[in-house]
Write a new protein. Structure first.
Length: 148
């Protein structure tokens, strides 16, 4: 059964998926750039609000990314599988598949981010370490970054 954890977040234990939604008064291109430009992403990615200490992005199919913070969690690294500028990113990281979808609705961009785990055990570990809560904080920081 689905459970709402945040007004814009759905945790689905049946499909091992967490879905996040946010809306921006910014173009898809601007939101996409915030996801794929190291100088921008380093400012909003960490849920603590502290800029990343290392941010490397090779935003192309097969390209890799590495995000490191001040040492309060392990590096976040993965590989891009889809880079469809400015509408979609698909990547693997920490054994899960992440998808960022951007759609234009009038003057706004609607973003849907999904994290899909491979098993119930993997999903339970993600929830236990706070992936849903921390990703909510991170995406709220992206909203603030683009509003600033």
């Amino acid at each position: 059964m689905m459970k709402i954890e945040h007004p814009a977040t759905v945790v689905d234990r049946e499909t091992f998926t967490i879905t996040f939604r946010r809306s921006f008064a910014a173009s898809r291109e601007r939101v996409f750039e915030a996801w794929t430009t190291a100088a921008q992403l380093a400012l909003w990615w960490d849920p603590t609000g502290v800029p990343l200490t290392r941010c490397e992005i090779d935003a192309r199919v097969g390209g890799r990314f590495v995000f490191e913070n001040a040492g309060h969690s392990p590096p976040f690294a993965g590989t891009y599988h889809v880079v469809d500028r400015p509408s979609k990113l698909v990547f693997d990281a920490l054994g899960a598949i992440g998808t960022v979808s951007l759609e234009t609705h009038g003057a706004r961009t609607e973003m849907t981010v999904t994290i899909r785990c491979a098993s119930a055990e993997h999903f339970a570990q993600f929830l236990e370490v706070g992936v849903a809560v921390n990703t909510d904080r991170t995406l709220d920081q992206l909203v603030a970054h683009l509003a600033g």
